[in-house]
Structure formats: C-alpha cells, structure tokens
Design a binder for this molecule. Structure first.
Ligand code: SF4
Ligand code: MG
Length: 315
C-alpha cells in the first residue's frame, strides 16, 4: 500500500544527498492467495525493488506491506525472521545466488537448520526429497553448483525456496538467464509446485510472453509506478494504458491475420531521479493532453478489477 523506495544520490566531497532515485514511487496492489501476479516493465522500472520491498529484503521509504493480515512494516527483526519461512525469493541468476563453496545438499539443508527443522538424518532425507521434487537426481546432493547446468541451477534455487514450504514466493526474472528451450521447463516446474503446495507467486519479468504464460493477473510498471493491472487475458487483449499498448505492440503475434500496428515510442525512459511532472509517461505518450503534463492520473479500478492510471480513461 503506497509503497515507496527512494535511494539517495550522494555527491561532492562531503557525500551530501543531492537527490533521490525514485525506484518505487507510490505503488499499491494485492496478491491473492494461490494466484500468480506478474509484474512487467522495462529494466529500471522498479519491479525488482518492489519485489524485494515486499519481502522486506530492503526497507521501504514509505508505505505498508501486509501479509496474511499481518503488517510486516511494523514487525521486529525477530518476528520478521520467523515469518521469512512463509515468504521466499527465487533470483534471476541462480549461479550468483548459490554459494559456490557449498554442496547442493548443504545449500538445501541450510534453511532447515536455520529454522530448526528436523534431525540431521531427517534433514538429509528432506534434501533428497527436494531434489526429486524439482526433477534433479537425489544422489547429486554432494555436488557443487558449478557441476550443474543453468537450468539445473535454477531448479536448485527453486528447491531452496520451497524447502520451508512457504506460502509466497517472489520470483525475480527466474527464467531470464536461461535458454528459451529451458525456460518453459522451469515455468512448468513452478506451475507444478504451485499446484502441489498451493503457492502464491509474485512473478517479476520483462518478457511479456513469459509473464502471459504463467500469470493470472498482470501489473505493468513504468518509472516506479504501476500504470495498469488486470486479469491476464483482459490486459493482453484489451490494454487501456498507452504504455501497455506500446509494449504489447512490440510482441510478435503468432496469427498473421491478427496483425497489430507496432507503436514506436519516442525518446528514452526518463531518469527516475527526475521523473516528469503529471503522468510520468507524458513525454513519450502518443495521446498526451494538457492535463497529463500537470496532474498525475489516479490508479483506479475501471471495472472488473482493471486498474489504469491514465487521463484518457478518466474522460
Ligand atoms: Fe498518455 Fe496522458 Fe494517459 Fe499519461 S495520462 S498515458 S500522457 S494520455
Ligand atoms: Mg530487475
């Protein structure tokens, strides 16, 4: 609710704060139990920062995160540590997020030890079960991360995330580093696990086809703000925000009859340190009006849970 994350910009000999990068700038949304909410946007739009702020891996500058009726932002470090069991993260680069000096067995056992789960013998059996669960050989617990392929390493990252049987997983570009042929296997694994353990996903990616494949609802971010959020098919078939329309027009459609005009946006994404006044998209918007340069459009439900922030829709 009204999440903000501003990173200070420091400069000069005294490293004074001379401004802020508004990575996340007043974002509100909910993720329903058991669903996958996809968050899309170009790099630097604040989707990763949003995901990390939700898990409190970084502290929000302002705003509130509520999980299962509990306000996380008010929790002590110790209370938060216990809740971490329920909220896990899968990272983009499984190689960077797996300690190269630990065996895969140790990597998977670590969260169980931290949360005091089972005896040593029981934990070893759980590690084997986790490996089986993500489609890896249960006898490979003694191997090191570099002995696995990229896709297998992401399976290890996923096994580590489900080790504690969490309720929510924030997956930040979990398949972006993988070959296209491996991507769908990993997406299918995530879907199988979701069904098996009733997981809820906040799924962050820049690839619109990947997000379409896995999400129930999709939110689109631009310059630290959510500009549109709707049910997956509604968003892809009837995008209302000019930025979403432009993004989707760049995605190739398999059916040549369903030809869509490609919308080419002028200019680059402005700096999040100095976002444009009014609607942050206005310098690039093909439909810009006077009001767009002055007033920030409200992010509102236009019916059936289709949220849009655009003055065009307000008229
Ligand atoms: Fe374009 Fe105005 Fe809508 Fe922003 S508010 S997307 S500038 S029409
Ligand atoms: Mg990112």
């Amino acid at each position: 609710r009204n999440l903000k994350k501003y990173f200070p910009i420091k400069s000069g000999v005294f490293m004074r704060t001379t401004g802020y990068v508004r990575a996340v700038d007043d974002v509100s949304f909910s993720v329903r139990e058991g669903e996958t909410l996809g968050l899309v946007g170009e790099s630097g739009c604040g989707k990763s920062t949003t995901g990390r702020t939700v898990l409190r891996l970084i502290e929000p500058t302002e705003g509130e995160v509520e999980f299962d009726g509990i306000s996380l932002t008010k929790l002590s470090f110790e209370e938060m540590r216990k809740l971490r069991r329920d909220m896990q993260m899968v990272f983009q680069d499984p190689f960077a997020s797996l300690n190269p000096r630990m065996t895969v067995g140790d990597i998977l056992e670590e969260p169980l030890i931290v949360h005091g789960i089972g005896t040593a013998k029981e934990r070893k059996e759980q590690v084997r079960e986790l490996l089986r669960l993500v489609g890896l050989d249960e006898d490979h617990a003694g191997r090191y991360p570099h002995q696995f392929s990229g896709g297998q390493r992401q399976r290890i990252g996923i096994a580590r995330a489900v080790a504690l049987r969490p309720k929510l997983i924030v997956a930040d570009e979990p398949v972006s580093a993988l070959d296209v042929s491996i991507q769908s296997q990993v997406l299918n694994l995530l879907e199988d696990l979701q069904e098996q353990f009733r997981l809820t996903y906040l799924f962050i990616a820049h690839d619109l086809s990947v997000v379409r494949h896995i999400s129930d609802r999709v939110g689109v971010m631009y310059l630290g703000r959510l500009v549109e959020l709707a049910d997956r098919d509604e968003l892809y078939d009837h995008p209302l925000h000019p930025y979403t329309q432009a993004l989707l027009s760049a995605v190739p459609v398999p059916d040549p009859d369903a030809k869509r005009e490609r919308i080419i946006l002028q200019g680059d994404v402005p700096s999040p340190a100095d976002p444009p006044k009014g609607c942050a998209f206005h310098p690039r918007c093909p439909h810009v009006m006077d009001i767009c340069r002055e007033e920030r459009p409200e992010f509102r439900d236009r019916g059936g849970g289709h949220f849009v922030a655009c003055h065009l829709v307000d008229r």
